[in-house]
Design a protein around this ligand. Sequence first.
Ligand code: ATP
Ligand code: MG
Ligand code: MG
Ligand code: MG
Length: 477
Amino acid sequence: MKTSELRARFLDYFAHRGHRVVASSSVVGPADDPTVMWTNAGMVQFKDLFLGKEKRDYTRAASSQKCLRAGGKHNDLDQVGFTARHHTFFEMLGNFSFGDYFKADAIRFAWELVTGPVEQGFLGLDPSRLWVTVFEGAEGIPADTEAEEMWAAAGVPRDRIMRFGKKDNFWQMGDTGPCGPCSEMHYDRGPQFPGDDLPNGEGDRVMEIWNLVFMQYERDAKGVLTPLPRPSIDTGMGLERVASILQGVDSNYEIDLFRPIFDAIWKRAKVDAGQRAETSNRTASQVIADHIRAATFMIFDGVVPSNEGRGYVLRKIIRRALRFGRKLGIEGRFFADLAPSVFVAMGDAYPELEGELNRIMKVLSREEGQFSLTLTTGLKQLESLDVSGGSIPGAEIFKLYDTFGFPVDLVEDWCRERGLVCDLEGFNDELRQQKAKSRAAMKVHDIRLGGDLGALADLRATVFQGYEATEGMGKIL
Ligand code: ATP
Ligand code: MG
Ligand code: MG
Ligand code: MG
């Protein structure tokens, strides 16, 4: 089943059950909520409906939401490229009830849609591969035995329902406000996949596909939970993850949607077909494929590269992609040229991208041009280091960063590929020392401004260094 077909089936299923299909909102978090940098879930655009601050002419909705998890509360950047299932940019399918139906219906809908026969418009996943989780309870909050009974009633064998704690199965909007237990659906891809014991979530065997949140309590400032008179439903299903199951492929990156993007990458890469399968090259291409989608949609939604906030995340993503491009032997401008492939891949769902491609490519191209020399110099310097000791000392990382403006996270990636230790602590020590030095220099500067103006010239160099450290790539950290 094509990814676009999955998206359509999900939305149709809920449209036929009284849900309003609502278009995705921007990847940029809501202007009135500084705590949310990016839209990281489908519920973000409905927050005020859940809080009862806003009323609309519908009480059930469904959407396929553009999401970003890079910086802010959810940050999957480190996993991206290394796991089969994490992206910085992805689409979250969701159904929502604003004080309308609750747990029993949400569970029934989810199980029917996921396991119902493909010929009848459902997704047809094999129930013997599925697991569901429910909240086991915690101090002062009861276990969600209701959900357990409802999953069983929907047809899930009891021995496939597992109980988990607060970390995985309890959701809250903030320290106060709506909260409640959640239930997740997981899919077992089989024993040929690495298990959960790998670091950084690199084990992809059992993959979470759908999270159902039951907003049934309100938490007050004292932490006391009161049942909501009209509880709500918020769910999120990973489009690319479910597509990978439906298409029988081993990773999100192998689904149909990504094909035009990888075609465009391999066309530029200087590695032959055999080398493409090597893990480090595959990782590099996956990072680039992920990051061009993220960057394209970020710029589409109005973000421009800068040294702070959202613009800084965009800059970091672009620079990371450029570095991985070098890994594939790509010199010169290439990243901007990948943007049209995102339109080829996703234009059916996001036709509005087409008219903005030129602008998007210009922004990317400018950023590429600016960073190119830094990247070349920094990488050359890195290659020349003696790494026989198995690590890169903090002082060297600091030199790269301070002299060339070379981003520290790129050094980290570089070390990760080679199994080297990246001495971040040492780097931070150096950074602190330099900051202290420049603060001291600033002080002298201030005092002398009132007195000995002649001494200023000597201080310039030091003061200027301080300025570079805070305004330059320092924020790459
Ligand atoms: P995981 O435990 O796998 O990191 P999560 O618990 O952080 O996922 P939720 O916040 O529950 O994810 O989001 C709802 C759904 O969105 C998940 O069940 C998953 O299918 C999908 N999803 C979450 N993060 C990503 C991501 N980085 N890339 C692709 N899909 C994702
Ligand atoms: Mg996660
Ligand atoms: Mg999870
Ligand atoms: Mg989850």
